[in-house]
Design a protein around this ligand. Structure first.
Ligand SMILES: [Mn+2]
Length: 318
């Protein structure tokens, strides 16, 4: 029998798994990738008696692979907060799915573990740009404000590492980042003692500085749109840049596009003050998906750009 830990390569996926493994240590085959690589369950060759733990990737994208694993006699626990589609009933499938805009997979795992590793859920919620939810969870831990700031910085840096077209764009393969993180019981030990943290922090600041130099292509009271050039740094920063803009202008929607293969990679952030509609907008395009507050399109064809700009403005007209 084999265990498979299948998780999104961002802060939420990594911290969700870390919480579970601190409580239930086990060695497992790790299946993960860049943030946009979400069809991960099909990469696990699960059979009879095997156990899959799936974290922070949309059920809708993985439903067929989950069903196939169940038919072969595997068991599956599924934790997520993305748009799920229809979820089948099966005695060997346990799902913990909550698509509320103020939760994330690590907060769902926090509930599952009755808060026993909550400090990592705080890191993850900051990583998913759920600042209010992160601070609410942090409050129950009675942490001093500088420590909360440190958790925020860690969440942002781990999340930043996951963006990119493929793992070649990333500073660290998410499986290796999880491996490094899994040696630390406390986030402050990782921040203070792990060289990887410095690398991510510096990379984030460099990439953000370059993005700050780009002028928006559209800037209205309700919606701002940027197009970044075709470069690895653009693909790493487009999502974190969107998060940062959302925090600076919480009543505004943001779209950050990256020129790519005759089209664009798209990252959309709904206004933080009205966190809805990002998934709805992106799902109007073939390769779009995500959650209500934050969503994306893997490849928006060049000819669809005017339609996207129209739909983006209409979705967040105020
Ligand atoms: Mn997430």
């Amino acid at each position: 029998m084999q265990f498979y830990d299948i998780f999104n390569g961002d802060a939420d996926g990594i911290c969700a798994l870390h919480q579970l493994r601190l409580e239930e240590p086990r060695s497992a085959v790790l299946v993960t990738g860049a943030k946009r690589e979400i069809a991960l369950v099909e990469r696990a060759d699960a059979g009879s008696g095997d156990e899959l733990t799936v974290l922070d990737i949309a059920f809708s994208t993985n439903a067929r692979a989950v069903l196939r694993a169940l038919e072969r006699g595997a068991r599956c626990r599924y934790f997520d907060h993305h748009h799920a589609g229809a979820v089948p009933q099966h005695s060997n499938l346990k799902t913990y799915i909550d698509t509320a805009p103020d939760t994330c997979t690590s907060l769902i795992v926090d509930r599952y573990l009755s808060g026993r590793q909550r400090i990592w859920a705080v890191v993850a919620a900051f990583g998913d740009n759920l600042g209010d939810a992160a601070r609410r969870a942090a409050q129950t831990l009675k942490l001093p404000p500088p420590e909360v700031d440190q958790l925020r910085e860690l969440g942002v840096c781990i999340n930043y590492n996951a963006y990119g077209e493929c793992v070649d764009d990333l500073h660290y393969h998410p499986a290796d980042l999880f491996g490094a993180l899994s040696r630390y019981r406390q986030p402050c030990e990782f921040v203070e003692g792990e060289p990887i943290f410095e690398v991510l922090k510096n990379g984030y600041q460099d990439d953000l500085w370059r993005a700050r130099g780009v002028k928006p292509d559209l800037a209205t009271e309700h919606a701002t749109l940027y197009v970044l050039p075709d470069a690895a740094w653009s693909r790493r920063i487009n999502g974190p840049f969107g998060n940062r803009l959302a925090e600076e202008h919480p009543a505004r929607a943001h779209a950050v596009l990256v020129a790519r293969n005759g089209g664009y990679l798209v990252s959309v952030r709904a206004p933080l003050t009205r966190p809805g509609g990002a998934d709805e907008l992106c799902m109007k395009f073939t390769t779009g998906g995500g959650r209500r507050g934050a969503a994306g399109i893997n490849l928006l064809p060049q000819e669809d750009l005017p339609r996207f700009v129209d739909e983006f403005q209409r979705q967040f007209a105020g």
